[in-house]
Ligand binder design. Structure first.
Ligand SMILES: [Fe+2]
Length: 163
């Protein structure tokens, strides 16, 4: 596999990961009714994921002409993670955990892409992915801060008399 093929493969892996993130967040947005702060966070994350997917598609098109469809392992990992949410009950907490997990997968993917693109000498992909890495880190930081609050809110709503 050439360096360019490897870079394209990882761009596609990360692109498919973003598509899973978009699909998962769209579902989580519907289920977060009654939690306006969470919905706002999900909307921002969704907007970002859509923009990232669009730019990644552009990077793939620039490097690979015509674009070939390929299976990928990362999208499958993300789908597996997203499927962890199927259980009922503590849905809002589960969704937050899944979103956090997907964010960590995205951070690792963008770090990988930056290293590959640096090695390949593709400055455009490096700068696009550095920007996205910063965005993902910000989302992860926000989720890191928000998660304990959501859990407290959930516990209080579900069992208001058990404090
Ligand atoms: Fe993303």
């Amino acid at each position: 596999m050439t360096h360019q093929e490897l870079l394209i493969r990882w761009l596609k892996n990360t692109y498919s990961l973003e598509l899973v993130v978009i699909e998962t967040l769209t579902e989580h947005l519907k289920k977060a009714r009654g939690y306006p702060a969470i919905q706002l966070g999900i909307k921002k994350h969704l907007e970002m994921a859509n923009a990232q997917a669009g730019r990644l598609e552009g990077c793939i098109k620039r490097l690979e002409n015509p674009v070939k469809k390929e299976g990928d392992g990362l999208g499958k990992s993300a789908e597996l993670l997203a499927s962890a949410e199927k259980a009922k009950g503590d849905q809002i907490v589960r969704d937050m955990v899944v979103d956090f997990g997907l964010g960590c997968l995205e951070i690792a993917s963008y770090k990988t892409l930056i290293s590959l693109a640096l090695h390949f000498g593709d400055q455009e992909t490096v700068s696009v992915c550095k920007k996205f890495l910063d965005q993902e880190k910000n989302i992860a930081k926000t989720l890191d801060k928000t998660l304990p609050t959501v859990i407290q809110e959930y516990i209080h709503r579900e069992n208001p008399n058990e404090d």
